[in-house]
Design a binder for this molecule. Structure first.
Ligand code: PLP
Length: 410
């Protein structure tokens, strides 16, 4: 069978040839250090016990299809959660539940896009956004985030890339892969651009509760109540249950302007019947109860310690610099091109895998335009981070040596 031409330009390198090579190595019996995927479970970061017990309690009653927008109690809990954050306008009917944010990204774009519509997406990005826009027949246009400014979006670049075909801007805050958390003035500028050019804001806030030090998360919708905003979040990260597949999207902005779009989204939601029902029952317990994520991110907490250690060890390697993550679960270090003249970062990561048996993700997989970054996940335990950075340091030392030693010709 031949695949659809719609897939021609769809890339998702995080699960591409490097992961295939890693699987082959594992099948051959090699033990790999995996610092590549943002999955909490393999690192012993488990879902809160009370939430799992609650889901088990509801399991028998969760056999049937639910309302295609999601069960009422979960949507009420989400609406109340946003109300406690000052977003008073989000009601139960403004919320759609899905099988993770991933499904909702595809669904909300499908209901929105026409062929050749342009969507502004951050570079670097979480590449599902670029892939999902491409799949709808739209055109992803990347705006730059500025490493010298804590990886905040370069607002002049955002504005310069708006054309008459631009329909929406994607904001990922806190950001994967950079760990940036955006201040109010950046979000206000996005709102202003949306107002001026009649754009919709897609705000992916899946890491909203994972922040370090004094970083504060502000919902885009909170600074843009007169703009159409889609706010995405879910249980995968802060509640450590990505496999259960529970996420949501909340629609805010002028009701008249969004009425037709909501109907289209309801149609798409009913075409897939409903999201995974047992996981929907976890939402109320998660949002209402004790927030165990706080223990992990405060000083001395596991994620905070791992983030501090990884940053300290990586930046001690000559030619490696890194903006400390203010949120999320990743670092996005830069390899100084003067010291590491990398032509293909994909090959670089493949060589690192094969020589040192450690798996990271190359920066261009996140649509970063230059082959000089990689993403390092901070989820593994301290000993694994130490070992991983030791191997990266040793690989980079050999790379530096090769770069300055003339290679024999032929
Ligand atoms: N959005 C971002 C920015 C992510 O990093 C991820 C997963 O890594 C997702 C969405 C997917 O979340 P979910 O598990 O809810 O589909």
């Amino acid at each position: 069978m031949q695949h659809s031409s719609k897939l021609q330009n769809v890339r998702y390198e995080l699960r591409g040839p490097i992961l295939q090579a890693a699987k082959t190595m594992e099948a051959e019996g090699h033990r790999l250090l995996k610092m590549n995927l943002g999955d909490t479970a393999p690192f012993g970061l488990e879902a809160p016990e009370s939430v799992v017990v609650d889901m088990i309690h509801h399991l028998r009653g969760a056999q049937g299809y639910s309302d295609s927008k999601g069960i009422f109690t979960a949507r009420t809990a989400i609406s109340q959660y946003y109300q406690t954050k000052g977003l008073m306008t989000i009601g139960v009917e403004d919320i759609f539940l899905g099988n993770g944010v991933s499904e909702l990204i595809s669904m909300t774009l499908q209901a929105f896009m026409e062929n050749d519509d342009e969507v502004l997406i951050p570079a670097p990005d979480y590449p599902l956004w670029t892939a999902a826009v491409t799949l709808t027949g739209g055109k992803p246009v990347h705006y730059l985030c500025d490493e010298s400014q804590q990886w905040w979006p370069d607002m002049a670049d955002v504005e310069a890339k708006i054309t008459e075909r631009t329909r929406a801007i994607v904001i990922i805050n806190p950001n994967n892969p950079t760990g940036a958390v955006y201040p109010r003035h950046i979000l206000e500028q996005f709102a202003e651009l949306a107002r001026r050019h009649d754009l919709v804001l897609f705000s992916d806030e899946i890491y909203e509760k994972i922040r370090y030090e004094d970083a504060v998360h502000i919902h885009t919708a909170a600074v843009a109540d007169d703009v159409c905003v889609l706010t995405f979040s879910g249980l995968s990260k802060a509640y450590r249950m990505p496999g259960y597949r529970a996420g949501w999207v909340a629609i805010t902005g002028p009701r008249v302007a969004t009425a037709e779009y909501r109907e289209a989204l309801e149609l798409l939601a009913s075409l897939r019947l409903c999201a995974n029902v047992p996981a929907q029952h976890a939402i109320q317990t998660c949002l209402g109860g004790y927030q165990s994520i706080e223990e992990l991110i405060r000083p001395g907490g596991r994620l905070r310690e791992q983030r501090d250690l990884a940053w300290r060890l990586l930046t001690a390697i000559p030619g490696v610099s890194c903006v400390p993550a203010a949120g999320a679960m990743y670092l996005f270090p830069r390899l100084d091109p003067e010291i590491y003249p990398i032509e293909s970062d994909e090959q670089f990561v493949m060589d690192l895998l094969q020589e040192q048996k450690i798996l990271v993700s190359h920066g261009t997989a996140f649509n970063w335009p230059v082959p000089d970054h990689f993403r390092f996940v901070i989820l593994p335990a301290v000993e694994d981070i130490e070992e991983a950075v030791r191997r990266i340091a040793s690989f980079l030392a050999a790379y530096r040596h090769r770069a300055v030693t003339p290679q024999p010709i032929g």
